[in-house]
Design a protein. Structure first.
Length: 193
């Protein structure tokens, strides 16, 4: 095996800073884009914003191989941009389907439900009638373990309803896993090819 990692962590904040420096060095091109007449269609348009002055960042030593954590200011800006983008998307969906109401806010129960559905599908639930279920037992085990980590890390920080939901879901997926592994272990191994 090689010592080369199979993935690479890219700090996009550095790329954004480089883009801002390039924008400062090429103001003539930016002015050309800004002076272009607006299209009358409702399609995408290039939005050029003025670069923000760089603020000094904290110089905490990141762990080896990991980029530095975003600053509080970067996190706030990113959250505001995300919220604005999500709102635009919701507005577009409602424009296409006026009967659709606003999406409810995502809660802890949604997170637990997402893990539950993933684990059950990985264990073959939801297969079409008459079709053989596709089982990803190792993926199911990982998803169940993630639910266990979530339970451990949130212990003492959940409401009674959230805690009960998490405990119930964890119990159900573990029982389904046990039943599935018993069925798998009772089957004869496939013949070698």
């Amino acid at each position: 095996m090689s010592d080369k990692p199979k993935f690479e962590v890219i700090d996009r904040r550095k790329m954004k800073a480089e883009e801002e420096q390039e924008n400062q060095q090429q103001p003539a091109e930016t002015e050309k884009v800004e002076s272009a007449p607006e299209r009358s269609s409702g399609g995408p348009r290039l939005v050029v914003s003025e670069p923000k002055p760089q603020q000094p960042t904290e110089t905490a030593e990141p762990e080896e191989g990991l980029p530095a954590a975003p600053t509080a200011q970067e996190s706030r800006e990113q959250k505001a941009a995300y919220d604005a983008s999500a709102q635009r998307l919701e507005d577009m969906v409602r424009a296409q389907n006026p009967a659709a109401g606003a999406q409810p806010p995502v809660t802890f129960e949604h997170l637990v439900q997402q893990f539950y559905v993933s684990a059950m599908i990985q264990m073959g639930a939801g297969a079409q009638e008459g079709q053989r279920p596709r089982v990803d037992i190792l993926g199911a085990r990982t998803t169940i373990d993630l639910l266990g980590v979530l339970a451990e890390k949130t212990r003492g920080n959940l409401s009674e309803a959230e805690s009960k939901t998490l405990e119930t879901v964890l119990f159900e997926v573990r029982m389904a896993f046990l039943e599935l592994t018993r069925m798998i272990s009772m089957q004869p191994p496939p013949p070698p090819r």
